[in-house]
Ligand binder design. Structure first.
Ligand code: PA5
Length: 447
């Protein structure tokens, strides 16, 4: 249906009628998503996450919060959601505030970067530090290498038994070396539900544990997600369903060759939401020659960096501007008595948030003037409840867009191939075929 529609497109402008015309296609995709969830098919378990919180999370979080430092080891879906929640729900510069707070400092060891790992270890007091090791597969080479490093350091300092007490494993309960390790050493374990993929796991123990340790309101987060889940489960028409509108508009622009989406919130606390969304959207939809490339942006900063390209460069992007209506903090811009500053009087006495909102409207207007499509998404305030609802909405819209594109939004064969090539290059047995392939494909790349 979509392809047929695409062939007859004559204009870059989408119409409201076109949006309404997509209702049958969207309804079909929505029914598919819901039936996958009812049948508990692979990849669809995230739909039910808001309805079940593992009770062990609160107990472990209470114990972990007495530590001075927590190091999480994980990557991709086992790291980005945590950083997004902390960024959105905790005060900025958390680790610098921490001595005055009854909560630990937090470090994420995600990349394979010896300098970074050493810097983290040099900063913590091992006797009061916990390791949270997160890997759904329990095999990812980056996470395993970082885990081996921190585990060895911890053992050397506090001894094996104590190190095991200070280590928490979050992994698939049925497979991977991490669950075996946890059994061998008697570490506390939380599950990544088997039918929840990494990038959809933020509302599982993967995202919830560290957020709870640092004092974020994870109950409200889940309540917000639940409210959104219940809302999306009800019957709505096209205009009344934000997930449908988002998916339909993405699709209408995708078939007009706007195969990029710029995700642009306007507060620093949501910069990691852009990172998290980029993984969700890119890894879920980039398949079989299809997909829409996510571009991480942050207002107002990128107005002074990317907006030139966005307004006058190629017309190949859809823009999602995320607005938070009311913010806790504001600054009244001070009056200045210096004559040299008189030309700034238009700012004197104005709210800094008002300036930012004006900047966001300016960006939207510049884009609209240039004929570029803008989706304006607004949440009333940034708290755990609305963040939970937003996360669920974005996950739902992404999955729906995948079904409209006729691809599986829950697998990631490209990521898995990269993992296998790494195993092969590092000499892991069982990956000899992949080793030959890498040798062939990389022969002109390095000495
Ligand atoms: O979404 C995904 O499945 C991936 O991006 C994973 O989150 C990432 O590769 C890390 O995998 P794991 O948690 O198995 O170590």
């Amino acid at each position: 249906y979509g392809a047929a529609l695409g062939e007859h497109l004559t204009s870059g402008v989408t119409t409201f009628q076109e949006l309404l015309n997509l209702a049958p296609l969207i309804k079909k995709a929505d029914a598919l998503l819901k039936s996958r969830s009812e049948l508990e098919l692979e990849g669809s378990g995230w739909l039910l996450l808001p309805h079940k919180k593992d009770k062990k999370i609160n107990d472990l979080a209470a114990w972990l919060s007495s530590m001075t430092d927590v190091i999480q080891i994980g990557i991709g879906g086992s790291a980005l959601g945590n950083m997004m929640l902390h960024n959105a729900l905790l005060p900025p510069y958390w680790n610098e505030m921490s001595p005055t707070l009854p909560r630990p400092r937090f470090y994420m060891a995600d990349n394979v970067d010896p300098q970074e790992n050493r810097a983290i270890w040099d900063r913590v007091d091992p006797r009061h530090t916990a390791l949270i090791v997160v890997s759904k597969s329990g095999t990812t080479a980056e996470t395993m290498a970082n885990f081996l490093f921190f585990w060895e350091e911890m053992k050397q300092t506090v001894g094996t038994e104590q190190a095991a007490r200070q280590t928490i494993i979050i992994t698939d309960p049925e497979k991977g070396v991490l669950s075996e390790f946890a059994k061998e050493r008697g570490c506390a374990v939380l599950p990544v539900p088997p039918n929840v993929g990494g990038r959809y796991s933020v509302l599982s123990p993967v995202g919830l544990l560290s957020a709870a340790v640092l004092g974020a309101d994870t109950d409200s987060l889940l309540e917000g997600a639940r409210k959104m889940a219940d809302f999306l489960a009800d019957e709505h028409d096209m205009e009344g369903n934000p997930a449908w509108v988002f998916a339909a508009i993405s699709w209408l622009h995708f078939i007009r060759k706007r195969n990029m989406i710029v995700f642009m919130p306007y507060i620093d606390s949501l910069s990691m939401l852009s990172e998290w969304f980029a993984q969700l959207w890119g890894e879920s939809l980039g398949k079989e020659g299809k997909g829409s490339t996510p571009i991480k942006a942050l207002g107002t900063i990128d107005q002074h960096s990317q907006l030139q390209l966005y307004t006058e460069g190629p017309d190949d992007k859809l823009f999602l501007l995320l607005h938070v209506s009311s913010l806790k903090e504001d600054i009244v811009i001070p009056h200045a008595e210096e004559k040299s500053l008189a030309s700034l009087s238009y700012l004197f006495g104005q709210s800094m948030n008002m300036l930012r909102y004006s900047e966001q409207l300016s960006t939207a207007s510049s884009l609209v003037k240039a004929g570029r499509p803008v989706l304006w998404l607004e949440i009333p305030e940034l708290n755990a409840f609305y963040l939970g609802a937003l996360i669920y909405l974005l996950e739902y819209a992404t999955a729906l867009t995948g079904f409209i594109m006729d691809i599986n939004p829950f697998d990631q064969p490209g990521v898995e191939l990269g993992k296998e090539y790494t195993f092969a290059l590092m000499g892991r047995s069982g990956f000899e075929v992949q080793a030959q392939e890498v040798a062939r494909f990389s022969k002109n790349l390095s000495s």
